[in-house]
Write a protein that binds this ligand. Structure first.
Ligand code: PBG
Length: 325
Protein backbone atom coordinates (compact mmCIF):
# COMPACT_ATOMS: atom_id res chain seq x y z
CA UNK A 1 0.00 0.00 0.00
CA UNK A 2 1.36 3.37 -0.88
CA UNK A 3 -0.83 5.79 1.07
CA UNK A 4 1.10 7.58 3.77
CA UNK A 5 1.28 5.52 6.89
CA UNK A 6 -0.54 7.14 9.80
CA UNK A 7 1.55 7.12 12.93
CA UNK A 8 -0.47 8.41 15.91
CA UNK A 9 2.67 8.58 18.03
CA UNK A 10 3.83 11.64 16.08
CA UNK A 11 1.42 13.82 18.00
CA UNK A 12 2.41 12.35 21.37
CA UNK A 13 6.09 13.14 21.22
CA UNK A 14 6.21 16.15 23.51
CA UNK A 15 3.97 17.61 26.17
CA UNK A 16 3.40 20.69 24.02
CA UNK A 17 2.16 18.56 21.11
CA UNK A 18 -0.01 16.52 23.47
CA UNK A 19 -1.42 19.71 24.90
CA UNK A 20 -2.39 20.89 21.40
CA UNK A 21 -4.44 17.82 20.54
CA UNK A 22 -5.94 17.11 23.96
CA UNK A 23 -9.69 16.63 23.55
CA UNK A 24 -10.82 16.88 27.15
CA UNK A 25 -9.63 19.43 29.60
CA UNK A 26 -10.65 19.62 33.20
CA UNK A 27 -11.26 23.20 34.30
CA UNK A 28 -11.82 24.57 37.76
CA UNK A 29 -15.15 25.79 36.36
CA UNK A 30 -16.31 22.16 36.23
CA UNK A 31 -15.85 21.58 39.95
CA UNK A 32 -18.30 21.63 42.85
CA UNK A 33 -17.03 21.06 46.40
CA UNK A 34 -19.23 19.33 49.02
CA UNK A 35 -19.24 20.72 52.58
CA UNK A 36 -20.60 19.20 55.80
CA UNK A 37 -21.91 21.72 58.29
CA UNK A 38 -22.40 20.47 61.85
CA UNK A 39 -24.28 22.02 64.74
CA UNK A 40 -22.06 23.53 67.45
CA UNK A 41 -19.02 25.78 67.80
CA UNK A 42 -15.36 25.32 66.87
CA UNK A 43 -16.02 21.99 65.23
CA UNK A 44 -13.41 20.73 62.78
CA UNK A 45 -13.84 16.96 62.78
CA UNK A 46 -12.03 14.95 60.13
CA UNK A 47 -13.96 12.00 58.67
CA UNK A 48 -11.68 8.99 59.31
CA UNK A 49 -12.55 7.31 56.00
CA UNK A 50 -12.23 10.59 54.04
CA UNK A 51 -8.85 12.18 54.82
CA UNK A 52 -8.95 15.94 54.21
CA UNK A 53 -12.74 16.14 54.56
CA UNK A 54 -14.20 17.65 57.74
CA UNK A 55 -17.46 18.26 59.52
CA UNK A 56 -17.32 21.96 60.41
CA UNK A 57 -19.45 24.28 62.46
CA UNK A 58 -20.83 27.39 60.81
CA UNK A 59 -17.94 29.80 61.49
CA UNK A 60 -15.46 27.26 60.11
CA UNK A 61 -17.64 26.57 57.07
CA UNK A 62 -17.52 30.29 56.28
CA UNK A 63 -13.71 30.23 56.40
CA UNK A 64 -13.70 27.16 54.18
CA UNK A 65 -16.10 28.81 51.73
CA UNK A 66 -13.68 31.74 51.42
CA UNK A 67 -10.80 29.34 50.73
CA UNK A 68 -12.88 27.50 48.10
CA UNK A 69 -13.73 30.77 46.40
CA UNK A 70 -10.07 31.82 46.42
CA UNK A 71 -9.17 28.64 44.53
CA UNK A 72 -11.62 29.67 41.82
CA UNK A 73 -14.11 26.85 42.47
CA UNK A 74 -17.52 28.26 41.50
CA UNK A 75 -19.82 26.31 43.81
CA UNK A 76 -20.24 24.30 47.00
CA UNK A 77 -22.82 21.62 47.80
CA UNK A 78 -23.97 21.87 51.39
CA UNK A 79 -25.03 19.02 53.72
CA UNK A 80 -26.26 19.60 57.26
CA UNK A 81 -25.82 17.57 60.44
CA UNK A 82 -28.45 18.91 62.86
CA UNK A 83 -28.35 19.15 66.65
CA UNK A 84 -31.35 16.84 66.99
CA UNK A 85 -32.82 14.22 64.71
CA UNK A 86 -36.44 13.05 64.89
CA UNK A 87 -38.86 10.83 62.99
CA UNK A 88 -39.82 13.54 60.49
CA UNK A 89 -36.51 15.40 60.18
CA UNK A 90 -37.88 18.68 61.58
CA UNK A 91 -34.55 20.54 61.39
CA UNK A 92 -34.59 20.19 57.60
CA UNK A 93 -37.77 22.29 57.40
CA UNK A 94 -36.86 24.98 59.91
CA UNK A 95 -35.70 28.44 58.87
CA UNK A 96 -33.38 28.21 61.88
CA UNK A 97 -32.11 24.75 60.88
CA UNK A 98 -28.43 23.98 60.50
CA UNK A 99 -28.28 24.13 56.71
CA UNK A 100 -30.41 27.28 56.49
CA UNK A 101 -28.18 28.99 59.07
CA UNK A 102 -25.04 27.97 57.18
CA UNK A 103 -26.42 29.19 53.84
CA UNK A 104 -27.13 32.63 55.28
CA UNK A 105 -23.65 32.82 56.79
CA UNK A 106 -21.89 31.74 53.57
CA UNK A 107 -23.93 34.00 51.30
CA UNK A 108 -23.29 36.88 53.64
CA UNK A 109 -19.51 36.37 53.63
CA UNK A 110 -18.95 35.16 50.05
CA UNK A 111 -21.95 36.39 48.04
CA UNK A 112 -20.80 35.23 44.63
CA UNK A 113 -19.91 31.67 45.62
CA UNK A 114 -22.80 29.52 44.35
CA UNK A 115 -24.37 27.62 47.25
CA UNK A 116 -26.20 24.44 46.31
CA UNK A 117 -28.14 22.71 49.08
CA UNK A 118 -28.80 18.99 49.36
CA UNK A 119 -32.52 18.49 49.93
CA UNK A 120 -33.08 15.19 51.72
CA UNK A 121 -34.11 13.83 55.09
CA UNK A 122 -31.60 11.08 55.80
CA UNK A 123 -29.29 13.39 57.75
CA UNK A 124 -32.22 14.72 59.78
CA UNK A 125 -34.30 11.65 60.65
CA UNK A 126 -33.52 9.46 63.66
CA UNK A 127 -34.08 6.33 61.53
CA UNK A 128 -31.75 7.59 58.78
CA UNK A 129 -34.13 7.02 55.85
CA UNK A 130 -34.68 9.72 53.23
CA UNK A 131 -38.30 10.46 54.16
CA UNK A 132 -41.24 9.84 56.49
CA UNK A 133 -41.98 6.20 57.30
CA UNK A 134 -45.29 4.36 57.14
CA UNK A 135 -46.32 2.15 60.06
CA UNK A 136 -44.82 -0.76 58.18
CA UNK A 137 -41.47 1.01 58.04
CA UNK A 138 -41.49 1.86 54.35
CA UNK A 139 -40.68 5.34 53.10
CA UNK A 140 -43.99 7.06 52.35
CA UNK A 141 -43.46 8.70 48.98
CA UNK A 142 -46.33 11.18 48.90
CA UNK A 143 -46.13 12.24 52.54
CA UNK A 144 -42.42 12.88 52.02
CA UNK A 145 -43.12 15.09 48.99
CA UNK A 146 -44.86 17.69 51.14
CA UNK A 147 -41.96 18.13 53.54
CA UNK A 148 -39.40 18.02 50.73
CA UNK A 149 -41.12 21.00 49.12
CA UNK A 150 -41.16 22.81 52.45
CA UNK A 151 -37.49 22.04 53.08
CA UNK A 152 -36.45 23.30 49.64
CA UNK A 153 -38.43 26.48 50.22
CA UNK A 154 -36.59 27.17 53.51
CA UNK A 155 -33.29 26.68 51.66
CA UNK A 156 -34.30 29.20 49.00
CA UNK A 157 -35.47 31.65 51.69
CA UNK A 158 -32.06 31.36 53.35
CA UNK A 159 -30.43 32.31 50.06
CA UNK A 160 -29.54 29.01 48.39
CA UNK A 161 -28.65 29.56 44.73
CA UNK A 162 -29.63 26.05 43.63
CA UNK A 163 -31.51 23.28 45.45
CA UNK A 164 -30.55 19.66 44.88
CA UNK A 165 -33.08 17.00 45.91
CA UNK A 166 -31.30 13.68 46.53
CA UNK A 167 -34.10 11.64 48.11
CA UNK A 168 -35.32 9.79 44.97
CA UNK A 169 -39.03 10.12 45.79
CA UNK A 170 -41.23 10.00 42.69
CA UNK A 171 -42.58 13.41 41.75
CA UNK A 172 -40.35 15.49 43.97
CA UNK A 173 -38.95 17.80 41.34
CA UNK A 174 -42.48 18.88 40.37
CA UNK A 175 -43.61 19.66 43.90
CA UNK A 176 -40.39 21.48 44.71
CA UNK A 177 -40.69 23.56 41.53
CA UNK A 178 -44.24 24.48 42.45
CA UNK A 179 -43.32 25.40 46.02
CA UNK A 180 -40.41 27.54 44.85
CA UNK A 181 -42.53 29.32 42.26
CA UNK A 182 -45.38 29.93 44.72
CA UNK A 183 -42.85 31.29 47.20
CA UNK A 184 -41.52 33.77 44.66
CA UNK A 185 -38.37 31.81 43.83
CA UNK A 186 -39.00 31.31 40.13
CA UNK A 187 -35.32 32.05 39.53
CA UNK A 188 -33.96 29.28 41.76
CA UNK A 189 -32.81 26.29 39.69
CA UNK A 190 -33.23 22.64 40.66
CA UNK A 191 -30.31 20.26 40.31
CA UNK A 192 -32.02 16.88 40.40
CA UNK A 193 -30.22 13.77 41.56
CA UNK A 194 -32.01 12.17 38.64
CA UNK A 195 -30.19 8.85 38.23
CA UNK A 196 -29.08 8.01 41.74
CA UNK A 197 -28.08 4.41 42.29
CA UNK A 198 -28.26 2.34 45.50
CA UNK A 199 -24.50 2.20 45.87
CA UNK A 200 -21.89 0.75 48.16
CA UNK A 201 -19.76 3.75 47.22
CA UNK A 202 -21.79 5.93 49.65
CA UNK A 203 -20.31 4.16 52.70
CA UNK A 204 -17.92 6.88 53.87
CA UNK A 205 -20.52 9.64 53.29
CA UNK A 206 -22.83 7.99 55.77
CA UNK A 207 -20.09 8.37 58.40
CA UNK A 208 -19.60 11.98 57.35
CA UNK A 209 -23.31 12.85 57.39
CA UNK A 210 -24.22 10.40 60.19
CA UNK A 211 -27.00 9.11 57.97
CA UNK A 212 -26.70 5.32 57.89
CA UNK A 213 -30.23 3.83 57.96
CA UNK A 214 -30.92 2.23 61.35
CA UNK A 215 -32.68 -0.67 59.59
CA UNK A 216 -32.93 -1.88 56.02
CA UNK A 217 -31.32 -0.08 53.11
CA UNK A 218 -32.22 2.37 50.33
CA UNK A 219 -32.77 -0.11 47.52
CA UNK A 220 -36.53 0.49 47.53
CA UNK A 221 -36.03 4.10 46.41
CA UNK A 222 -32.58 4.35 44.84
CA UNK A 223 -31.83 2.73 41.47
CA UNK A 224 -30.54 -0.75 40.83
CA UNK A 225 -26.92 -0.70 39.61
CA UNK A 226 -27.74 -2.96 36.67
CA UNK A 227 -30.07 -0.46 35.03
CA UNK A 228 -29.20 2.10 32.35
CA UNK A 229 -32.47 2.50 30.39
CA UNK A 230 -34.20 3.27 33.65
CA UNK A 231 -31.78 6.19 34.09
CA UNK A 232 -33.08 7.67 30.83
CA UNK A 233 -36.66 7.41 32.13
CA UNK A 234 -35.73 8.97 35.48
CA UNK A 235 -33.97 11.88 33.79
CA UNK A 236 -36.85 12.41 31.35
CA UNK A 237 -39.32 12.58 34.25
CA UNK A 238 -37.22 15.05 36.21
CA UNK A 239 -36.86 17.29 33.17
CA UNK A 240 -40.61 17.15 32.55
CA UNK A 241 -41.16 18.18 36.16
CA UNK A 242 -38.83 21.14 35.83
CA UNK A 243 -35.24 20.08 36.58
CA UNK A 244 -32.61 22.53 35.33
CA UNK A 245 -29.59 20.27 35.85
CA UNK A 246 -29.69 16.47 35.89
CA UNK A 247 -27.26 14.41 37.89
CA UNK A 248 -25.84 10.93 37.64
CA UNK A 249 -24.53 9.46 40.86
CA UNK A 250 -22.08 7.79 41.55
CA UNK A 251 -19.81 8.77 38.66
CA UNK A 252 -16.86 6.45 38.14
CA UNK A 253 -18.78 3.17 37.93
CA UNK A 254 -21.50 4.86 35.83
CA UNK A 255 -19.56 6.60 33.05
CA UNK A 256 -21.74 4.85 30.46
CA UNK A 257 -24.84 6.33 32.07
CA UNK A 258 -23.29 9.82 32.05
CA UNK A 259 -22.50 9.44 28.34
CA UNK A 260 -26.02 8.21 27.55
CA UNK A 261 -27.66 11.08 29.43
CA UNK A 262 -25.33 13.60 27.76
CA UNK A 263 -26.29 12.22 24.33
CA UNK A 264 -30.03 11.87 24.98
CA UNK A 265 -30.78 15.24 26.61
CA UNK A 266 -29.77 18.81 25.93
CA UNK A 267 -29.67 19.78 29.61
CA UNK A 268 -26.62 20.43 31.77
CA UNK A 269 -25.34 17.17 33.26
CA UNK A 270 -23.71 16.90 36.67
CA UNK A 271 -21.91 13.82 37.97
CA UNK A 272 -21.30 13.11 41.65
CA UNK A 273 -17.97 11.47 42.28
CA UNK A 274 -19.06 10.12 45.65
CA UNK A 275 -17.35 9.48 48.95
CA UNK A 276 -16.25 5.92 48.19
CA UNK A 277 -14.59 7.03 44.95
CA UNK A 278 -12.55 9.53 46.95
CA UNK A 279 -11.77 7.12 49.78
CA UNK A 280 -10.41 4.32 47.60
CA UNK A 281 -7.99 6.72 45.94
CA UNK A 282 -6.91 8.17 49.30
CA UNK A 283 -6.47 4.65 50.73
CA UNK A 284 -4.43 3.52 47.75
CA UNK A 285 -2.29 6.61 48.07
CA UNK A 286 -1.75 6.03 51.80
CA UNK A 287 -0.61 2.47 51.13
CA UNK A 288 1.72 3.82 48.48
CA UNK A 289 0.09 1.52 45.93
CA UNK A 290 -0.99 4.26 43.52
CA UNK A 291 -0.07 7.86 42.73
CA UNK A 292 -3.14 9.48 44.34
CA UNK A 293 -3.19 12.91 42.67
CA UNK A 294 -2.49 11.41 39.25
CA UNK A 295 -5.25 8.81 39.59
CA UNK A 296 -7.67 11.41 40.92
CA UNK A 297 -7.05 13.73 37.96
CA UNK A 298 -7.45 10.78 35.59
CA UNK A 299 -10.81 9.89 37.17
CA UNK A 300 -12.06 13.50 37.01
CA UNK A 301 -10.94 13.83 33.40
CA UNK A 302 -12.76 10.59 32.55
CA UNK A 303 -15.98 11.88 34.11
CA UNK A 304 -15.61 15.05 32.07
CA UNK A 305 -14.85 13.02 28.93
CA UNK A 306 -17.99 10.94 29.54
CA UNK A 307 -19.94 14.19 29.17
CA UNK A 308 -20.50 15.80 32.57
CA UNK A 309 -20.21 19.59 32.67
CA UNK A 310 -20.25 19.63 36.45
CA UNK A 311 -18.37 17.30 38.77
CA UNK A 312 -19.14 17.19 42.46
CA UNK A 313 -15.98 15.93 44.12
CA UNK A 314 -14.30 15.88 47.52
CA UNK A 315 -11.04 16.33 45.58
CA UNK A 316 -12.13 19.70 44.15
CA UNK A 317 -9.62 21.72 46.17
CA UNK A 318 -6.75 19.38 45.31
CA UNK A 319 -7.80 19.37 41.66
CA UNK A 320 -8.08 23.18 41.54
CA UNK A 321 -4.50 23.45 42.83
CA UNK A 322 -3.22 20.90 40.33
CA UNK A 323 -5.00 22.62 37.44
CA UNK A 324 -3.50 25.97 38.46
CA UNK A 325 -0.11 24.21 38.38
C1 PBG B 1 -28.58 11.58 50.54
C2 PBG B 1 -27.24 11.63 49.93
C3 PBG B 1 -26.27 10.63 49.95
C4 PBG B 1 -25.16 11.13 49.28
C5 PBG B 1 -25.47 12.42 48.88
N1 PBG B 1 -26.79 12.70 49.28
C6 PBG B 1 -26.19 9.34 50.62
C7 PBG B 1 -27.13 8.26 50.47
O1 PBG B 1 -27.96 8.21 49.58
O2 PBG B 1 -27.02 7.41 51.33
C8 PBG B 1 -23.90 10.37 49.04
C9 PBG B 1 -22.73 11.17 48.67
C10 PBG B 1 -21.42 10.47 48.79
O3 PBG B 1 -21.32 9.26 49.02
O4 PBG B 1 -20.44 11.18 48.64
N2 PBG B 1 -28.89 12.78 51.19
Amino acid sequence: MNFPEYRPRRMRRTETLRRMVRETRLSVDNLIYPLFVAFGKNIMREIPSMPGVFQMSVENIVKEAKAVKKLGIPAVLLFGIPEKKDAVGSDACSDQGIIQTAVRAIKNAVPDLVVITDVCFCEYTDHGHCGILTKKGEVDNDATLEILALSALTHARAGADIVAPSDMMDGRVGVIREALDDGGFTGTPIMAYAAKYASGFYGPFRDAAESTPSFGDRRAYQMDPGNALEAVREVALDIQEGADIVMVKPALAYLDVIRTIRDEFDYPVAAYSVSGEYSIVKAGEKLDWIDGPRVMMEILTAIRRAGAEMIITYAAKDAARLIAG
